[in-house]
Design a protein around this ligand. Structure first.
Ligand SMILES: Nc1ncnc2c1ncn2[C@@H]1O[C@H](COP(=O)(O)OP(=O)(O)O)[C@@H](O)[C@H]1O
Ligand SMILES: CC(=O)N[C@@H](CCC(=O)OP(=O)(O)O)C(=O)O
Length: 285
């Protein structure tokens, strides 16, 4: 193949993407990026370049981020031990301060600054300005679930072509205090409220797997009944539980499609959205 022929074959990539660009223009995509997919700065850069690309072709990306790993690290540095019950961090008075500080001072600005550096426009929005919640049942301390979302700041950002970057904390309706919210649940709450076309979870696994240590065991498509079975068998466990539960909840709440993809794969987001062969696991009702 001569250099000109090689150039021409590159156009096939854009042509494959064209129908997706045409149908997704003006649509809202809720992207949840987990702390697990944010450990490696190279992976974060790749993901955020994809977000800038989405914005540039007329999609409205809205990001809800996690930060579980960074929070646990900060707790250890303060001499506290992280404890989880059913995937929820037990959050006492000291812990909620660390959660707020890590999300607001470390994770959220990193995402916002990088999107801006890559030529996009992003605005950080504390979850307390978006999520209204109440305490979850059980002895979890300052842990909340989302009852409602205030969309004002999100809508203003999107209208100004800024990517809203939202942290997973809520304002407790009864007291006005800050609650720590699992980021998958926060993403689901906002995706439903925005009636997002897609909700995409980026994590550190290929998707839902029969064996999370074996990449060849990816399950490309899952419905409610299969999820219930895999949970009962203990194959879906730990951090994957809130993801599949939130996926089903968001589909019931009017979200168009839900995908779980691997944030470690370079440009996972672009591959999932703009190519004919999807990656990861798609969840159905
Ligand atoms: N069946 C499964 N398939 C894939 N991952 C699973 C499964 N069951 C449990 N997991 C665990 O879920 C983790 C992802 O959840 P989590 O660590 O909370 O990520 P995030 O920070 O992205 O929210 C994976 O790293 C894996 O250890
Ligand atoms: C209540 C609860 O567990 N909150 C989570 C919020 C961050 C989060 O969910 O981060 P990932 O998406 O990286 O797991 C926590 O404290 O870890």
């Amino acid at each position: 193949m001569n250099p000109l022929e090689a150039q021409i074959t590159k156009s096939a990539v854009l042509l494959e993407a064209l129908p997706y660009m045409q149908s997704f223009r003006g649509c809202t995509f809720l992207i949840k990026v987990g702390g697990s997919a944010m450990e490696d700065p190279v992976q974060v850069d790749s993901f955020l370049r994809d977000v800038v690309f989405l914005e540039a072709v007329g999609i409205n990306p809205v990001i809800v981020h996690g930060g579980g790993k960074a929070i646990s690290k900060a707790m250890t540095e303060s001499g506290l031990q992280a404890k989880f019950i059913n995937g929820m961090r037990v959050t006492d008075d000291e812990t909620i301060k660390i959660v707020e500080e890590t999300l607001a001072r470390v994770i959220n600005p990193e995402i916002v600054n990088k999107i801006n550096a890559f030529g996009g426009k992003a605005v950080g929005i504390p979850g307390t300005e978006v999520f209204l919640g109440e305490k979850m049942k059980g002895d979890l301390g300052w842990v909340g679930e989302v009852n409602d979302c205030k969309l004002g700041l999100i809508q203003a950002a999107v209208a100004g072509e800024f990517v809203p970057v939202v942290s997973p904390v809520a304002r407790e309706l009864a007291s006005g205090k800050t609650l720590n919210v699992n980021a998958d649940l926060a993403a689901c709450g906002l995706a439903k409220r925005l009636k997002a076309t897609k909700l995409i979870f980026l994590s550190d696994v290929r998707g839902v797997m029969r064996d999370p240590k074996d990449d060849n065991t990816l399950i490309p498509s899952l419905d409610e009944a299969s999820i219930a079975k895999l949970k009962a068998e203990g194959i879906i466990s730990g951090g994957m539980i809130p993801k599949v539960d939130s996926s089903l909840d968001s589909l019931r709440g009017g979200v168009g499609k839900v995908h779980l993809i691997d944030g470690r794969l370079p440009h996972a987001l672009i591959l999932e959205i703009f190519t004919d062969g999807g990656i990861g696991t798609e969840i159905h009702l």
